[in-house]
Design a protein around this ligand. Sequence first.
Ligand code: DX5
Ligand code: ZN
Length: 234
Amino acid sequence: MSDVKLAPSILAADFARLGQQVTEAAQAGADRIHVDVMDGHFVPNLSMGPAIVQSLRRVTDLPLETHLMVTDPDLFLDEFAAAGSDSLLVHWEGNANLHRTVQRIRTLGKRAGVVINPATPAAVLEEIVQDVDQVLVMTVNPGFGHQQFIRTTVPKIGRVRELIERRNPGCEVEVDGGIDATTAPLVVRAGATALVAGSAIFGDRDGVTAAMNRLRDASRDMEYNNATINGNAA
Ligand code: DX5
Ligand code: ZN
C-alpha cells in the first residue's frame, strides 16, 4: 500500500510566520497544504480568503488544497483558481447544484473534491463520486481547529472507501478534524488515504518536523482493512 498523504492545515499555523511554517512543512515532506476558508455563515467562524492563497503560491510549489466552508462556493471558484489553488473542495451540504459546481471546478482545470459533514451519510456520494478526484470526510463538525475527533465517523470512512473502490478507484479518501498520532491509525485502517491535520502539526511543541514524523509513523503499516471495519467477510 502506498504511503498516506499528509495535508497540514494552516488554520493552526502562526499567521505572522505563515511562509516559514509552510516551508517547514514542505521540508518535512508535506504532500499538500490545506487552506480552510470560512465565511461566518456556513460555519460560525471567519478565516481566510484568496489573498492568502496568492501569497502562499509565491512561497511553495506544493499543491494548495482549498476547503471551502462557505454558503455559496460558486461565487468564489474563479477567484481561488486565479489565486493559485490546485484543488477546490466543496461541501455536499446546502449545495442544490453540486454537479454543476464540480463541473465548473473541472472547467477551471482544478482538482475537485466533495466534503461531507459528520451527520451526512456516505450514501449521498453515490451519484457524484465518479466526477471527483477526492472525497473529504469531516471527522469533526467544520468551523474550528483543535476539536475532538468524532469516533462514530470511523465506520463511515469505511463505507466511503467501499463506494470509491466500486465506482471510482482512483479517487482519494481524505479525512479532516482531530487527526493526531492516536486517531490517524484508526482512519487509515478504515480506508483514509490522505490526512488533514492542523493542531497536531502546527500546534505541536516539538515543532512541525517532529509532529509530521510522528503522524507518518502512526499511520504506517495500517493497511486498509475493510473486513474488520465493516464486518464483511474477506
Ligand atoms: C475544521 C477544518 C480543519 C481544521 C482541522 O473546520 O476544516 O481543516 O483545520 O484542525 P485540527 O487538525 O486541529 O482538528
Ligand atoms: Zn479543512
